[in-house]
Design a protein around this ligand. Sequence first.
Ligand SMILES: Nc1nc2c(c(=O)[nH]1)N[C@H]1C(S)=C(S)[C@@H](COP(=O)(O)O)O[C@H]1N2
Ligand SMILES: [Mo]
Length: 316
Amino acid sequence: MRFGRRSWEISEAEVTPEAVFLERRRLLGFAAGGLAAGLVGLPRGARAAAVEGLLPAKANPAFGQGDTQTAEKAATSYNNFYEFGLSKNIVAASKKLPTTPWTITIDGLVEKPLTLDIDDLLKKVSLEERIYRHRCVEAWSMVVPWTGFPVAELVKLAAPKAEAKYLLMESFMNPKVAPYQSAPQYPWPYVEGLTLAEARNDLAFLAVGLYGKPMPTQNGAPIRLAVPWKYGFKSAKSIVRFSFVAKRPQTFWEALGPDEYGFWANVNPKVAHPRWSQANERRIGTEEMIPTRLFNGYEAEVAGLYQGLEKERLYM
Ligand SMILES: Nc1nc2c(c(=O)[nH]1)N[C@H]1C(S)=C(S)[C@@H](COP(=O)(O)O)O[C@H]1N2
Ligand SMILES: [Mo]
């Protein structure tokens, strides 16, 4: 039980008729757009995210040709974000996460450790739009336009030392707004990781927008990973820390169920999950069933990363 005022609640002094009206609208879930969701509920002094001024970004035609995009409504209302609940319907709960300002730490075995606001990070990279497939380990999938920049750009900014072999990514920790983070049975915060070779692969992407708009909170605002050749749980949402480390990090899902969710988690229709087949997938929105492809169809881009690693559990 907590008795103090939560950071996202408005104080007595701020209770003007407009604020009451907007707060009620927000609680009823009406004003998903700018005004109520963007202003009410944020700590005093919060500002609009700089990403808005950078959108829409130029589409990169090298990615996403030939795929039918998933309807925006489906991709932004059917989500996995377990900090906010175990159902797919976490949109309203996730909106309680304040995402401006948002501080990012880049640390570990690097020449240039950095702590900076996401707005300042965005000044150091260039944004583009890429259409990627996304395949959840639960056998549903989608095709969406992310706006962001390659993870390789962040690696370059950090200048990792020779001893750095992995990039660890950590999601936010804020049990006051994310109810499931108070449940002791989960190893929060959500942690994921890539080898540095994977992180430098051009496909590995840090997304700050979706469908040409700032990233919706439920999809991982303000910044989330998109590694489309891997099962969806690798793509950590709402990242606050990038840490360059020598040892393979233990991830959230490995800590929970090492026999079911491995570190590599590359998509492979021939390697079943212990409890279900991975041969086919359901496209959300259309509910079409289609065959799953090796590396989610990105074999040409990423297969080379795994040469010599055939003895590892690459596909779990
Ligand atoms: N922090 C965090 N990141 C996360 C998750 C999560 O629960 N918490 N779920 C993962 C899973 S299982 C999937 S399939 C994708 C879902 O992303 P989407 O909701 O944008 O489709 O986010 C991944 N990233
Ligand atoms: Mo997933």
